[in-house]
Design a protein around this ligand. Structure first.
Ligand SMILES: Cc1cc2nc3c(=O)[nH]c(=O)nc-3n(C[C@H](O)[C@H](O)[C@H](O)COP(=O)(O)OP(=O)(O)OC[C@H]3O[C@@H](n4cnc5c(N)ncnc54)[C@H](O)[C@@H]3O)c2cc1C
Length: 601
């Protein structure tokens, strides 16, 4: 079987870079130890090797599709995948023992899901979507909702979804119009349509539980009028059975990638018989949903990193096996061609991929760790974790998906013509990855969030928290002679980021928010390079500690040397792009704020 991820890198992140062991000092996670975590991750890999990866190509070639009469055909293997993942607790692993969970840190859950994402990202989506939908019911629902919905969702029998998008309300969720009319029986009558709903209908589950945003009849317009509902396709009856709840799948979308993952159009209440149950308080739906969306954004960023990882591994293997051409300076045409991995340009493409995917995955793991710390702390102790996670979430989503796209494109380039054919998986990874910069909030929307909200929130406290953490890494790195040069470079880049932000801030202060935000995506790009440089310096510190101690009990010497080398590569080839972004951001005049659009003709 081809290699689709690096278990060595995953273990390095968990144990040596992000110190999962520290979490075990909290009571909630005290039942865990490193050996157990390693065993769990290894069994997740065995599951992915057996049930997921071998079907990756076939599930793309036989995509989910609308079969008429509200039904969506899905590959028969999907049921096996969901059932076996549920059995291994990869749906409910993070939930408390009393709900049948294993009280796992998000770091462990997402380490396993990284493997699934790299093995078969379309199939993995069904599993994590149910985990996330269940979380909203768990955190905000009544005990009755929890008892009714969570057990069959955790068993993998009922599929959870997130039903937000409507034809007129994609990025702007405040414009949704699905209506919920209260009844005297405690439930609401629901009427409306949702589009692009992932996993909204398929053959692998018996029922579908849609966590749906709707507006209670008469609610105020905008953000404040949106509420959250549980709307099952089949509703439980008093007698313990199920009856149809007037949720109809009207069609599906055939897509560029993720063709194993159903994307559906749902109609609620066509026959005025659709019931929904309010989750939490009325009019607070968007704030609840944002909690799930933040988690999902880390998940999408991580998925992008994982798919790009699989593409990198495929191109690395190919580059070692394919011979073509000779080294510059070799004049003898009778000499055999060399493996393409010996060409400097091929190495450049491979190191670029390694730098992007391993850096992105490290940032995702940093976010998973912060989510775990938030779970086990409260009040003032929780605040720094929350601030840091707030500012990193749009960055992990965006850097990983935008650069992941570039990385998978390079994977195709490494294979040359074969990379463009369906005989090799890199084109599928490339197609699958394209959606990551679109769903869960597009790159444009994430960038507005970063510059418009996160940079300024709590009087800049999130940015200060980020700067402090980066500063700790810089000072630690500066103590190692091998890392001093890059520590100084990162220091200078942080100063450039701060200066750029202060200059841009003048537009906001002078009452010109449109100009302040006009190049938010360029600012996002700059922040992404700097934050990933921080992650690479952090990884290099961990690698250098192991090299200094000559401790090669868990990883080989060349593994650690590879980390230092890739860090140097990132600082030389990637980080300089941040300066170009600053130049764009600070240039006088505007080119993208035209009132009329004729100049685009
Ligand atoms: C495969 C797939 C699966 C999906 N799964 C789900 C799901 O499970 N549940 C669900 O609810 N939704 C889902 N979606 C919907 C997805 O979240 C939306 O497509 C996405 O949020 C963008 O909305 P839109 O398509 O309406 O684009 P639009 O909002 O119309 O955006 C179009 C372009 O305009 C830009 N733009 C929009 N507003 C602004 C602004 N204010 N400032 C600057 N630029 C702006 C955007 O960045 C984008 O480039 C899915 C979509 C796809 C394609």
């Amino acid at each position: 079987m081809s290699r689709y991820t690096s278990m060595e890198h995953l273990r390095f992140l968990l144990f040596e870079v992000h110190g999962i062991q520290d979490l075990f000092t909290y009571e909630y996670f005290a039942h865990l130890d490193p050996e157990q975590v390693t065993l769990m991750i290894d069994s997740a890999k065995a599951l992915a090797d057996r049930d997921m990866y071998p079907f990756f190509k076939e599930m793309d070639e036989q995509p989910v599709h609308y079969a008429g009469e509200g039904k969506v055909w899905s590959h028969p293997q999907l049921r096996t995948i969901i059932q076996n993942a549920a059995e291994q607790n990869w749906i409910n692993g993070q939930y408390p023992f009393d709900l049948g969970g294993l009280q796992l840190p998000q770091m462990v859950y997402n380490a396993a899901h990284h493997i699934f994402q790299a093995a078969n990202n379309g199939a993995q989506g069904y599993i994590s979507l149910t985990t996330g939908a269940a979380r909203l019911i768990h955190d905000y629902g009544t005990s009755e909702l929890i008892e009714t919905f969570l057990p069959p969702m955790f068993d993998g029998r009922w599929q959870g979804t997130m039903a937000l998008t409507e034809p007129q309300a994609g990025s702007a969720l405040t414009d949704i119009t699905t209506v919920a009319t209260p009844t005297e029986s405690g439930y609401y009558h629901i009427k409306g349509q949702k589009i692009f709903i992932s996993a909204g209908e398929h053959m692998a589950c018996e029922n579908f539980v849609h966590l749906t945003l709707a507006r209670i009849a008469g609610a105020p317009p905008g953000l404040k009028g949106v509420s959250l509902f549980v709307i099952p396709k089949h509703r439980p009856t008093a007698g313990g059975g199920l009856e149809y709840n007037d949720v109809f799948c009207a069609g599906d979308y055939q897509k560029l990638g993720q063709r194993a993952y159903a994307t559906t159009h749902l109609v609620f209440g066509e026959h005025d018989n659709c019931r929904g149950w309010l989750v939490g308080e009325p009019h607070k739906g968007l704030s609840y949903m944002f909690q799930l969306m933040n988690e999902a954004r880390i998940g999408v960023g991580q998925t992008a990193a994982s798919v790009a990882m699989a593409a990198y591994q495929a191109s690395l293997q190919y580059a070692r096996e394919r011979s073509q051409g000779r080294k510059p300076g070799e004049k003898d045409p009778l000499k055999p061609p060399v493996p393409i991995i010996q060409h400097a340009d091929v190495q450049r493409m491979l190191f670029t991929q390694k730098a992007i995917v391993e850096g992105s995955l490290s940032l995702a793991m940093e976010c998973n760790r912060l989510a775990d710390l938030m779970h086990v702390t409260e009040g003032e102790e929780q605040r720094p974790h929350w601030l840091l996670l707030e500012i990193l979430t749009p960055i992990v989503k965006t850097y990983s998906s935008e650069q992941g796209n570039r990385s998978a494109s390079l994977a195709i380039q490494v294979l040359g013509g074969y990379g463009y054919t369906v005989d090799f998986p890199v084109q599928q990874y490339y197609r699958d990855l394209r959606i990551m910069a679109i769903y869960e909030g597009t790159t444009g929307i994430q960038s507005l969030d970063l510059l418009g909200r996160k940079m300024t929130m709590e009087n800049g406290a999130a940015l200060t928290a980020l700067a402090q953490h980066i500063d700790i890494t810089i000072r630690t790195a500066a103590a190692h002679p091998v890392l001093q040069a890059q520590a100084a470079i990162l220091q200078a880049e942080m100063e450039r980021l701060g200066k750029t932000l202060r200059q841009l801030g003048k537009f906001a202060q002078s009452g010109n928010p449109e100009r302040y935000l006009a190049d938010a995506t360029v600012f996002m790009e700059m922040a992404g390079y700097v934050v990933i440089a921080w992650q690479w310096l952090k990884m290099a510190v961990a690698a250098q500690i192991a090299l200094d101690a000559a401790d090669f009990s868990t990883q080989s010497k060349s593994f650690y040397e590879g980390k230092i080398h890739t860090m140097q590569f990132f600082f030389r080839y990637e980080l300089p792009h941040a300066a170009a972004c600053a130049e764009v951001l600070l240039a006088p005049g505007e080119l993208t704020m035209l009132e009329e659009d004729e100049r685009l003709d």
